[in-house]
Design a protein around this ligand. Structure first.
Ligand SMILES: [Zn+2]
Length: 91
């Protein structure tokens, strides 16, 4: 938006330069034309474009544990355990 405004101002400056008859006014219009055209060309965009949506992958839902069932009470216990935490018997 700002670039278009400066470009419009430079167009007005060029128009002024074309129609002005006074020398000082011609110089001022030329300066306005060059300045605004330069700003409208080199002015940076205010914000960079947003990143794409697939830049980050989704986290895994839940870490799956290796489980086995207790032979005496039937509840799920960790695979590395030798004692059941529920019935305190050997798995
Ligand atoms: Zn058990």
């Amino acid at each position: 938006m700002l670039r278009q405004t400066f470009f419009l101002a430079s167009l007005l400056g060029a128009l002024n330069l074309y129609y002005a008859e006074d020398l000082a006014l011609q110089i001022l219009s030329g300066v306005l034309f060059l300045l605004c055209l330069g700003i409208s060309v080199i002015w940076p965009e205010p914000l960079p474009p947003p990143p794409p949506n697939d830049l980050w992958s989704d986290a895994p839902e839940k870490k799956q544990r290796e489980m086995k069932t207790c032979s005496s009470c039937g509840k799920a216990v960790d695979l590395k355990w030798t004692m059941c935490p529920y019935c305190s018997k050997r798995v």
